[in-house]
Design a protein around this ligand. Structure first.
Ligand code: PRP
Ligand code: URA
Length: 233
């Protein structure tokens, strides 16, 4: 994990062969739905990353890294060896907020780490012509201003949808420092736009791609994440 060269508060997962292998599967246009969502193509000997849905594996890595950004306090316990161990406990309360639809694909990964976590929802759809985000619906924990917020959306393209969601959270009283945006694929443009507007919001992403095409899609990207995940195309 490293802070991006360009922006403080942007953290990109280490580009290990494990991560590159998983992305090679989910980016493959010949089998995106199978690989992103279902256990499939189990080969006998070769590790293919498919024994656990690939998308879930990547998201789990991102969630784990996001949790590393929460504050902790020192805590000492005594082990069964009757020896003191100096550890830590997490401070403060958290919640998740998913940007529907595609952000919902990250909820299970968060629940796997924090079983009873509260999860709010914000429905934002990008207008495919104008590429502008449209806010349709929100339902968030009432005390969200007192919590750290793990904001979930796998795709950061122009950044419009993420910034729209961040505006909602700030409008509910959240401070930028409380918000950690968890993301699978980011474009440099999206990172720049979000960071310019909300420099104190931390962004954790698995990979930064080359850029955007004329329709505002991430390249090389993987296409429309929501459509692939939910099987609507
Ligand atoms: C996708 C994606 C982001 C947004 C990214 O959602 O999940 O929310 O586009 O693009 P942006 O950074 O340019 O705003 P989309 O609006 O396609 O809806 P979906 O989740 O239903 O697929
Ligand atoms: N939304 C997606 O799902 N993919 C992109 O590349 C851009 C926006």
């Amino acid at each position: 994990m490293s802070a991006s060269d360009n922006h403080k508060n942007v953290y990109v997962l280490n580009q290990t062969n494990q991560l590159k292998g998983l992305f090679t599967i989910i980016r493959d246009r010949t089998k995106p739905r199978v690989s992103i969502y279902l256990d499939a193509e189990l080969s006998s000997d070769t590790y293919s990353g498919n024994d656990y849905a690939v998308n879930d594996t990547i998201i789990r890595l991102i969630v784990e890294e996001g949790l590393n950004h929460l504050p902790v306090s020192p805590a000492q316990v005594t082990t069964a060896q009757n020896v003191k161990f100096d550890g830590v406990v997490f401070d403060g309360r958290i919640c998740g907020v998913s940007i529907m639809r595609a952000g919902e694909s990250m909820e299970q990964g968060l629940r796997d780490c924090c079983r009873s976590v509260r999860i709010g929802k914000i429905l934002i759809q990008r207008d495919e012509e104008s590429q502008e985000p449209v806010l349709h619906y929100k339902k968030l924990p009432e005390d969200i201003a007192d919590r750290y917020v793990l904001l979930l959306d796998p795709m950061l393209a122009t950044g419009g949808s993420a910034m729209c969601a961040m505006d909602v959270l700030i409008g509910m009283g959240c401070k930028q420092e409380q918000i950690i945006f968890l993301n699978v694929i980011a474009s440099p443009e999206g990172l720049y736009n979000v960071h310019q507007r909300f420099p104190k919001i931390r962004i954790v992403t698995a990979v930064v791609d080359e850029g955007l095409d004329s329709k505002g899609y991430i390249t090389p990207g993987l296409g429309d994440f929501g459509d692939i995940y939910f099987g609507t195309k």
